[in-house]
Ligand binder design. Sequence first.
Ligand SMILES: Cc1cc2nc3c(=O)[nH]c(=O)nc-3n(C[C@H](O)[C@H](O)[C@H](O)COP(=O)(O)O)c2cc1C
Length: 505
Amino acid sequence: MSLASNSSPLISSETAKQHASRDSCWIIVHGSVYDVTDFLDEHPGGSQIILKYAGQDATEAYEPIHPPDAITTNLPKNKHLGPVDPDTIVAIAKEVTEEEKRRQALLAARPPLDEIINLHDFEVESELPCPSAKGWAYYSSASDDEITIRENRLAFQRVWFRPRVLRNVAKVDWSTTILGQKSSLPVYISATALGKLGHPDGELNLTRAAGKHGVIQMIATLASCSFDEIVDAGVPGQPFFVQLYVNRDREITKRYVQHAEKRGVKGLFITVDAPQLGRREKDMRLKLIGEESGAKVQEGQKDVPKDQGVARAISAFIDPSLCWDDIPWFLSITKIPIILKGISTAEDALLAYDSGVHGIVLSNHGGRQLDTARSGLEILIEVTDALKKRGATRQFDIFVDGGVRRASDVLKALALGAKAVGVGRAFLYAYCAYGQPGVEKAIQIFRDELEMNMRLLGVTTLDELRPEMVDARALNVHTGSIAEDNLFRGTYQPLSLAKFRDAKL
Ligand SMILES: Cc1cc2nc3c(=O)[nH]c(=O)nc-3n(C[C@H](O)[C@H](O)[C@H](O)COP(=O)(O)O)c2cc1C
């Protein structure tokens, strides 16, 4: 969608082509021409990648890794030159790239969806059809040694069930309400950025499946599809949450939040664990390999060193000065319930409670931020204890995310006091591999597993879950042997050692 004024004269593509240098650089995105000369050195992804498309249509390269309004928001209005004259565009016969050919071949070789029987299976499959190696590296990566991403799974295995028997479990109901909204599952789809790196329809795969099956989607600030595009794709009355990365320019944040409120969003999840994005080495190393092969996408950039990967390149706007003093301002600009996403200690949970927000997500960002931070599940016990000791009485919801791949994980978190859990990668991988039907299948898997696990645990509704139904004594013990999660181990790709080009023995 072009934001260029309708009254602007049409610009021929011939004219645009004449501005193809560092001294005068125009690009075409979504049918509009922009003068990006002064922006070249500020571009978080570096100037080279823009110069590659100087004077030409850059939409295809721009789309997967930018929210659609990134250019219109970041570029001053006087640099929005106007719409390109469609009659002057000469269709270029596109060569099907080797990467696209590989993707199509891999898609064709996927097993039928009915052979997918658990959420790990999507992870095996999604590596392959992910359109670019860069996409897979961005999605699967976690920070530093990737200890926390693995711990997120292992923590669930340190909690054991204490099932009750001889209860009438003929009818089982796993529906709930989350922030006052009906949800067919005690699971919401957590925000994951840049959906088009994994599938041409990006986040819309989640929206359509969520609308069909009564599940709530959290829209990421850095989604590949625009916020409005996602909300417009919902069925009437479909509830959404929105995730917020707070911009250094608070006016931009205010506009975003108030627009979300106008569009009926039901929960504002402010991400508080990312004053700087983590070092995700799979992502970073891939960028270096890209440079070797001539794709010097970050060359020429002033502030972001050239090896920082997709994640850092897109997040330079996030305000690291965000602090507790800002919370009253957020509460003053919106009536949407505010949830702080990324709380890791009882101390901060109490500060959040005292600040007046409506809830928290105990989360380490899917292991992508501070490595060796504890799992959300482990933090849950100290947080519920601290709130109980404080005599907390007002409505204050606690959510958990990170590593959830089974309904049994969900039930453990709920038994220990979570209202619902967030799931990121499992849904992301489901649509990388199979699009919307993949997400629907993932929801179905949760349903099937919930039904069985609730029966075996002896509960008919989620309200009947109690802390006594689990043995969590080992949860905060980080030593000793534990049962291996073979499926997770099989899909997890360990970091590989660097191959230094000139290394000699
Ligand atoms: C590829 C990817 C992108 C993510 N993008 C964001 C984001 O933009 N904002 C955010 O608050 N969390 C983001 N997250 C974190 C998720 O919201 C969630 O906390 C995490 O994925 C939960 O762990 P799981 O992937 O094991 O389910 C992202 C996670 C992944 C895997």
